[in-house]
Design a protein around this ligand. Structure first.
Ligand code: AMP
Length: 210
């Protein structure tokens, strides 16, 4: 199964992609995680991407298209994958269409801006394995420590109020139009975010028929 996850920043795309990975045994590919990794390793791509990310703006399409097409050529993608956070622009979506393998379903997580603003303030991330927690809705077993690998959790640099606002504006302007794009191809399915991670996961599985 080849799945695209759509939705604003903080909608829970990463968390639901994680659940889908476990259920379907296919990799979740997060361009945000790949870019953060490149930034922390100070690679050429990381150095180019950092200022856009810190400002809550999109990284240029050519960089994204390059890292995604390289990643999708890995053997672990042969049986499918979940794209989390890509495509985010029409140019990226069209580039993806030109890849040999067709997307099966595009899943959009529906959530209001108000909820996003409240939610991102409480988000905590693992800088080592990229697991995502939330201080109230998905707290780690031990406060401030990643359940998966024991690393100390951090607040992402772009989860500050000013950057969150920019990221939301960018979502509405650049990414939301992709819903129409995929709807016209008959690929779009939507899931309303509901309280509780497991409840939303159940809704995701249901809409995908898995
Ligand atoms: P995310 O973790 O998906 O919220 O991504 C964090 C940041 O990485 C975004 O705010 C963008 O600056 C950048 N980014 C991630 N994915 C993309 C993409 N597909 N296109 C452009 N920029 C991206």
């Amino acid at each position: 199964m080849r799945i695209i996850m759509l939705g604003p920043p903080g909608a829970g795309k990463g968390t639901q992609a994680e659940a889908l990975t476990k259920k379907l045994d296919i990799p979740a590919i997060s361009t945000g995680d790949m870019l953060r990794d490149a930034v922390s390793r100070e690679t050429a791509i990381g150095l180019k991407a950092k200022s856009f990310m810190d400002a809550g703006q999109l990284v240029p399409d050519d960089i994204i298209i390059g890292i995604v097409s390289e990643r999708l050529s890995n053997p672990d993608c042969a049986n499918g994958y979940i794209l989390d956070g890509v495509p985010r622009t029409l140019v990226q979506a069209e580039a993806l269409d030109q890849q040999a393998v067709a997307i099966d379903v595009v899943l959009s997580i529906e959530i209001s801006d108000e909820e996003i603003l409240e939610r991102l303030g409480g988000r905590r991330a693992c800088p080592n394995c990229n697991a995502i927690f939330h201080i109230t809705s998905k707290p780690p077993k031990e406060e401030g420590i990643c359940d998966e690998c024991g690393t100390e959790l951090i607040i992402r640099q772009d989860d500050n109020p000013e950057t969150i606002k920019n990221r939301l504006d960018t979502y509405h302007k650049e990414t939301k139009p992709l819903k129409e794009y995929y709807e016209s191809k008959g690929l779009l399915k939507t899931v309303d975010n509901v309280p509780g991670v497991e409840e939303t996961t159940a809704a995701v599985f249901k809409v995908l028929g898995i």
